[in-house]
Ligand binder design. Structure first.
Ligand code: ZN
Length: 391
């Protein structure tokens, strides 16, 4: 089964890529495909946009049989809570209707001739008219997932890639379990019980689901009845477990004073935080050079003494730099190491901010290069947590 993940332009490429990387850590029959470069924002307002009639035809909606999910009673039940949530999250961004969002998926299908049975998931920061976090279209092939406003819930301590990836697998499983939206609306649990088939009206309920990463007995019976592919189910459950353990690791690591293991992989020495969902910390050539240099010097080095290590630093930088000539490479290193120019402080600051973005504020300090003026700078991380994998 192929799931095509399309990104809206508001959603950062980094978050998108990290969601994709996280999902691809768990192998199985479900393939999560990175989308082609697709400027859907432009398409939406294009003249040749398919009409509503064509769309309904595409969807093959049989309104006599399927009660539309729009009249899903759960949505109507708690108006007071809804008002509250709207106050909590003032959705200032433009809003699209569900139909618009599914049309975007449909447009993508047509443009790239996506096979009919493949799934297309639109990951978008744009909110929708019903204020849902995600939904599926009538033919159970196109899905949108709202990717914004997660930070209101998790603060800076968690990355939105976890709930987004979680929603992707949950909707994939729902599509495998239920034949249509009506059946879906009947089967989702109105009262959250920590099952992935809970209907979540609030993001806090999704957090509860992610922490339990469970599927209840009723739903397991249903899965059996529907004869869902077991290896696909296994892949989904492993992904859920992976997301859960990441979230728990993050929450506990600052209390337990235990940062994630760090792996340096391959010739390009890519940097991964193993216990945080194998997230990659993407450093540019200068940042990576300094980071690896200080990782090698447990005892630390004073900034003014860096010039004494120029050969070692140059050797690292040569590997990562795209500069064309040896003299350009050397110039760049000289510029970075000149104690008076201040370029090195900018690099150190950028390294800090990248680790904060990836690992969260509370544990980023283990990985960054810190020190006091005129004293040694060093990385405090316990080197037993560091593994270098050459290949
Ligand atoms: Zn359940």
């Amino acid at each position: 089964m192929n799931v095509h993940l399309i990104r809206s332009s508001e959603l950062s490429l980094e978050t998108y890529t990290n969601v994709w990387n996280l999902l691809n850590k768990f192998q199985g029959p479900i393939n999560f495909n990175e989308s082609e470069d697709f400027e859907w924002d432009n398409f939406l307002y294009e003249q040749d946009w398919i009409s509503e009639e064509q769309f309904k035809e595409v969807q093959k909606v049989d309104f006599r049989q399927e009660k539309d999910i729009n009249s899903y009673s759960l949505y109507e039940e708690s108006p007071s809570e809804r008002n509250y949530s709207e106050k909590t999250f003032p959705f200032k961004e433009p809003q699209l209707t569900w139909e618009d969002l599914f049309l975007i998926c449909e447009k993508y299908r047509r443009k790239y001739t996506v096979p009919e049975n493949d799934l297309v998931f639109l990951l978008t920061d744009v909110s929708n008219d019903k204020n849902w976090f995600g939904s599926v279209d009538q033919k159970m092939r196109n899905v949108f997932i709202q990717t914004s406003n997660w930070s209101s819930f998790f603060g800076s301590e968690i990355d939105s890639r976890f709930p987004i990836a979680y929603e992707v697998v949950v909707w994939t499983l729902r599509i495998m379990m239920y034949r249509n939206r009506y059946e879906l609306s009947q089967q989702l649990h109105a009262q959250p019980k920590g099952c992935m088939m809970d209907f979540c009206e609030h993001k806090s309920q999704i957090v509860l689901k992610m922490r339990t990463a469970d599927i209840c007995g009723d739903c397991l019976d249903y899965i059996q009845k529907r004869d869902v592919n077991r290896t696909a189910l296994n892949q989904i459950l492993e992904t859920m477990d992976g997301i859960r353990s990441n979230i728990l690791f993050r929450e506990r690591s600052s209390v337990l004073n235990r940062p994630s293991r760090l792996e340096i992989r391959g010739y390009m020495k890519r940097i991964f935080l193993v216990d945080l969902g194998d997230l990659e910390v993407r450093l540019n050539p200068k940042e990576k050079t300094l980071f690896l240099f200080f990782l090698n010097h447990l005892e630390g080095v004073r900034i003014v003494d860096l010039m004494d290590h120029k050969a070692e630093i140059l050797e690292l930088y040569k590997r990562f730099s795209r500069a064309s000539t040896p003299s350009l490479i050397e110039d760049a290193v000289d510029l970075m190491l000149q104690p008076t120019d201040g370029n090195i402080n900018q690099v150190l600051t950028r390294i800090r901010s990248k680790f904060k973005q990836t690992a969260g504020d509370s544990i980023a300090g283990y990985y960054t290069i810190e020190g006091a003026r005129n004293e040694v700078y060093k990385i405090s991380l316990n080197r037993e947590l560091v593994k270098v994998i050459e290949n």
